[in-house]
Every structure is written in structure tokens, then in C-alpha cells.
Design a protein around this ligand. Structure first.
Ligand SMILES: C[S@@+](CC[C@H](N)C(=O)[O-])C[C@H]1O[C@@H](n2cnc3c(N)ncnc32)[C@H](O)[C@@H]1O
Length: 227
């Protein structure tokens, strides 16, 4: 990674960490998991879920790409408090070396994950972080091959394999089940993975008539709300 970009990224991460530590419980009603277990910062998702009252819609929540489970934990605990009858279905292949997509700074996703993991076993860490999430169903597998057990989806977060074919396929897996006013969010929009941005734009164009609105939040999250 280029030194200036690396410095800016770590300054932004530190600022986010301090902010989360100070405000999370007051805002969402539970304590956050360890900061290192949530890569993308699920607070921006939780804020939208609460603001749009997505937990009141028909359907469950889906996450594609859990990594170490901190974000999974946040989605589960929010659901537990606001809609205890709903489940989170979380899909991950738990093989951090599979995604060889390169970001514009030159690192592959596999290299970035290896740096965070520092030799730890991804699935073991995930299980530890999410233990106690009684409303969680974990689906260990390739998102292009798994079956989604839920009939309807109120909210989905896509942050799995960054190959554009996977991004399109992950959207196609959840979108037909998303209910009216339901939301699909993607990480990595308009940031350092241009292939991901193009794949999301492709799906927005293809489904334009069924999309009520799109908006972005944070550095790189995009939300698509169904009509
Ligand atoms: C960027 S990480 C997810 C980070 C997590 N959303 C967070 O913010 O903490 C992407 C995840 O996708 C998973 N993944 C990669 N290829 C996959 C595939 N084909 N099917 C399912 N998951 C995959 C990786 O194992 C990794 O855990």
C-alpha cells in the first residue's frame, strides 16, 4: 500500500474506533465486539436499519462475507433487541486466501486478510466472536453455490468475494427475495476496487425500474432500496 494512503486509512480507522467506543452502546443498546473483528464499520448499516425500520419489514437479514464476525455480531444483537423472531443468515467460505482481486494500491484481498489474521484460523475466530448469537445461521460455503434458506429478505449486506462476477452473483442471490422497501447494501462502492463499483452499477442499471432509490454513506457503502 502507498505510504500516504496507508497513513490516511489508519488515521480514519483510529478516529472510527474512538467514536464507536464513545457512542455505540448509547446509540444501539448493546456493547460492540472487539474493534478488530469488524473491517468495514457496520455502524453505517445499523444506522440505516434503525432509521428505515427495516426490522419491521417481512423477511430475515442476510450477510455475504463475514470475515471475523464482528459485523455479524452487531447485526445479530440489533435484531435480537428489535425483532427477536428474525434470523441473520451469514454466508462465508472461510478461506481467506481465495479472493485474489487486487485493489488500486496493489494489494490483493487475500494479502489484506492474511495481515489481519496474523496466522489465526478465520472460522475459529468468527465462532468465538459470534458465540452467544442465538439468532444466527452460518452458511459455510461459496456464495455462488449455496442455497439461501430464507424465503424473504428485509436487509442484505454484500461484502464477499470482490471478483465482479461474484458481486453480480451475490446481488442476484438476494435481490429476488428482497421485499418492498427492503435494502441491499454493498461495501467497496466508489473506492479502491473499480471492478466492484462497475459490477454494482451494472446491477443498478439492470434493475433500475425496481429500485426506489440508492444512496451512499461512510467512505464506501452504497444502499439500494426496493420499490
Ligand atoms: C471483506 S471480507 C468481509 C468483511 C466483513 N464484512 C467485515 O466488514 O468485517 C470478505 C469475506 O468474503 C469471504 N469470501 C471470499 N470469497 C467468498 C465466496 N466465494 N463465497 C463466500 N464468501 C467469500 C472471505 O472469506 C472474507 O471473509
Amino acid at each position: 500500500m502507498k505510504p500516504l494512503v496507508g497513513l490516511l486509512r489508519s488515521a480514519a480507522l483510529t478516529a472510527r474506533r474512538v467514536n464507536v467506543a464513545l457512542t455505540f452502546r448509547r446509540r444501539f443498546g448493546f456493547d460492540p465486539p472487539p474493534h478488530w473483528s469488524d473491517l468495514s464499520g457496520y455502524e453505517s448499516l445499523l444506522r440505516v436499519i434503525v432509521r428505515e425500520r427495516l426490522y419491521e419489514l417481512d423477511g430475515d437479514f442476510v450477510e455475504i462475507g463475514a470475515f471475523l464476525g464482528g459485523g455479524t455480531y452487531k447485526l445479530c444483537k440489533l435484531l435480537e433487541l428489535r425483532a427477536p423472531q428474525k434470523r441473520l443468515y451469514s454466508i462465508d467460505v472461510f478461506a481467506a486466501d481465495l479472493d485474489r482481486t487486487s485493489c488500486t494500491q496493489g494489494d490483493t484481498m487475500a494479502e489484506i486478510y492474511a495481515r489481519v489474521l496474523q496466522g489465526r484460523d478465520q472460522l475459529a475466530v468468527y465462532k468465538d466472536v459470534t458465540r452467544g448469537c442465538a439468532n444466527l445461521t452460518t452458511i459455510v460455503g461459496d456464495s455462488a453455490k449455496v442455497d439461501l434458506p430464507c424465503r424473504t429478505v428485509a436487509f442484505a449486506y454484500v461484502d464477499g468475494n470482490h471478483d465482479p462476477a461474484y458481486v453480480r452473483g451475490d446481488f442476484d442471490l438476494v435481490w429476488p427475495r428482497v421485499v418492498s422497501r427492503g435494502v441491499v447494501a454493498f461495501d467497496d462502492y466508489g473506492f479502491d476496487l473499480p471492478g466492484v463499483t462497475a459490477a454494482i452499477d451494472d446491477r443498478i442499471a439492470l434493475h433500475r425500474a425496481a429500485i426506489a432509490r440508492t444512496w451512499t454513506a461512510g467512505w464506501k457503502t452504497i444502499f439500494l432500496q426496493k420499490r
